[in-house]
Write a new protein. Structure first.
Length: 320
C-alpha cells in the first residue's frame, strides 16, 4: 500500500503529464496570419538604425541601398496599435502557463536567418507560428517552459528571412529573504575627495582657490569664475530643511518606504540632498533644524544623513 506522500507524488506526476500534453498541443498553431508591416522598408528608418548602431557601412546608403539584415524584425513591429492577423493561440498558451504558476517571463534569445536583402520600397508581410514548447526546465530563475515562435517574413511572394524568438515562462524560484545592499554612489575623480571625507566622518565642501566660492556637489571647476583650482572646508554639520519629498514608490528592496528625502541648506550656504532621520517622515517640515551625522550601512559604505534637532515645547517643529 502506498503512503500519502507517494500518492501525492503520483498525482503530481499525472498533473504534470497532463499539463505538458496540453502545452504540446499548441505547437504548430499560428499566432499571426498574413500580418503586414506598418510601413514599407524606407531610407529614414535605415538611417535612424545605422546612427543608433554606429554602423557606417556604405551598403546602407545611396541609390542602391539595402537595409541592414539585423533590422529584419523592425519592419514587423506593430507599435502601440498592434497588428491585424493575430490569433488567440499565443495568448491562450501564456494564460495556460499562468494558471500553472508560471507567472514570470524573460526573453532568452532570438535567431535570424537572412534569405535576401531588403530594399527601400519593399512591402513586408509575415506569418508566425508557435514552433515549440519545451519540457519543464529548472533554471536559476525558476522552473518553467521555453516557448519558441517562428516568424517567416516576406517581401511580396519572396521569403526574405526567418526570425525565431524564445522566452522562458517560469515560476520564480524561492529565495531566502535577505535585504539587498544599499546602492553604491558613483565615485569618480571629481568627487572621490568627498567620499573619502565621508568615510572619515567629515563633510567636506569644495572652495574655489581664486574667488573662495563654496560649491556642492563637487565639480571640476568653479561655476562663478571658471577656475579649476580648489581646496576644501569642513562643514559644521548644522542646517535646515530647505525642501523635501516623501518617497512611497517605487519600493526599492534596499529601502523601507515611506521615507523623507530632503534638500538640506547648510549654514555655510550650500545645499545637499540627504535623508532626514530620527523623526517620522510626516513630521519633516521646511525650515526644521537638522544636524549632521554619519551612518554606516555596511563595511564599505558610510553616508552623511541629517537628524532632526530636538525642539523646545511650543516650537512648530516639536514632536507631537
Amino acid at each position: 500500500m502506498e503512503t500519502a506522500d507517494e500518492e501525492q507524488h503520483r498525482e503530481d506526476l499525472g498533473d504534470q503529464e497532463d499539463l505538458e500534453k496540453r502545452l504540446k498541443a499548441y505547437e504548430g498553431r499560428a499566432s499571426a496570419v498574413a500580418g503586414a508591416g506598418k510601413d514599407p522598408v524606407n531610407a529614414p528608418m535605415i538611417r535612424h538604425w545605422c546612427e543608433a548602431m554606429g554602423d557606417t557601412n556604405p551598403a546602407y546608403t545611396g541609390p542602391d541601398a539595402i537595409a541592414p539584415p539585423t533590422m529584419l524584425q523592425a519592419w514587423t513591429m506593430g507599435g502601440l496599435s498592434g497588428h491585424t492577423g493575430r490569433t488567440e493561440a499565443y495568448d491562450d498558451l501564456l494564460s495556460l502557463l499562468d494558471e500553472a504558476g508560471c507567472t514570470s517571463v524573460v526573453a532568452t534569445d532570438c535567431e535570424q536567418e537572412y534569405v535576401r536583402p531588403l530594399r527601400p520600397g519593399d512591402e513586408i508581410t509575415f506569418d508566425t507560428v508557435i514552433e515549440s514548447v519545451s519540457e519543464r526546465k529548472r533554471t536559476k530563475l525558476g522552473t518553467g517552459y521555453f516557448v519558441t515562435t517562428r516568424m517567416n517574413i516576406r517581401a511580396g511572394e519572396d521569403l526574405v528571412g526567418t526570425h525565431r524568438f524564445r522566452i522562458l515562462k517560469y515560476a520564480p524560484a524561492r529565495r531566502p529573504e535577505k535585504k539587498p545592499p544599499r546602492p553604491r554612489p558613483v565615485v569618480n575623480r571629481d568627487n572621490a575627495g568627498f567620499w573619502d571625507g565621508a568615510s572619515r566622518h567629515r563633510l567636506l565642501i569644495q572652495r574655489c582657490a581664486d574667488c573662495a566660492t563654496l560649491r556642492f556637489p563637487w565639480l571640476p571647476g568653479c561655476a562663478s569664475c571658471g577656475s579649476p583650482d580648489w581646496d576644501t572646508v569642513e562643514a559644521t554639520g548644522e542646517g535646515t530643511v530647505y525642501s523635501y519629498v516623501v518617497m512611497h514608490h517605487p519600493p526599492f528592496p534596499a529601502f523601507d518606504p515611506p521615507y523623507a528625502v530632503a534638500l538640506i541648506e547648510l549654514t555655510e550656504g550650500v545645499r545637499m540632498i540627504s535623508n532626514v532621520v530620527g523623526i517620522p517622515h510626516d513630521q519633516v517640515r521646511v525650515g526644521r533644524p537638522v544636524r549632521l551625522e554619519f551612518q554606516r550601512f555596511d563595511e564599505e559604505l558610510v553616508l552623511p544623513v541629517f537628524r532632526a534637532a530636538e525642539e523646545p515645547e511650543g516650537s512648530p517643529y516639536a514632536t507631537r
